[in-house]
Design a protein around this ligand. Sequence first.
Ligand SMILES: [Zn+2]
Length: 267
Amino acid sequence: MPEGHTIHRLALDLERDLVGHRVEASSPQGRFLEADRLDGQVLRSTEAFGKHLLLHFGAGSVVHVHLGLFGRFRRHRHPAPPPRDTTRLRLVGPERTWDLVGPTACELLTAAGLRGLRARIGVDPIAPRTSREALDRAFDAFSRTRRDVGAVLLDQGVFSGIGNVYRAEILFLLGIDPATPARDLSRRDFDAIWRKARELLRLGVAERRIVTVRDAGRRPPRREALHVYKRETCRACAGPIARTTSANRSLWWCPTCQRPRGESTRS
Ligand SMILES: [Zn+2]
């Protein structure tokens, strides 16, 4: 599933191609009939928060897209190929055409629907600004749950945009055992997770992919870009990487480098 950096990158790319222009909108698949109401409107802005993408149109219409596991956008130069049978939404701008296929959600939101969506989505590490109050609320939710920190990092109502790759990499870089109950972590740990998530997801937007290994500014090849995710040996200690299940997803971690908080780890 795309993580938050992909959605923020998409918002920027769609903005560059389409914002400020009248767009032709259609649903070749016929499953988003409201596309007709958008046809010929100016796309005013795009917005990403967490894994959600919003397209704000001139007349106040707001399209909400969630890619889910299988959704993706394709970008075409003109002349664009004919849409596929599965194209949920086609947006044609002055120079580029964007096709959306296979999303979990593609819908028009009412003002109340938009408020509801914003209210249930947690703090987004890529967002330019996050209020102290919002962060305190996230810590409050974090510190009251018995769930393991690995599962809580995937809870989009606490932190939005962190997915399966980033959670493994963040916990490794901070040396936290993913099975540690979130409520056993301190505010300092929480703040460290937040800062690391900001750093890594923002880098992901810039790099257009997930990179967590920084090697003196060198852009690592794909197979060398991560610390633990789907790896067999640890980059730091050369020990075996373990695989466990957390929130029904596989989670890779290093039992040597990542310890429960509070436990003595050094002899
Ligand atoms: Zn290790």
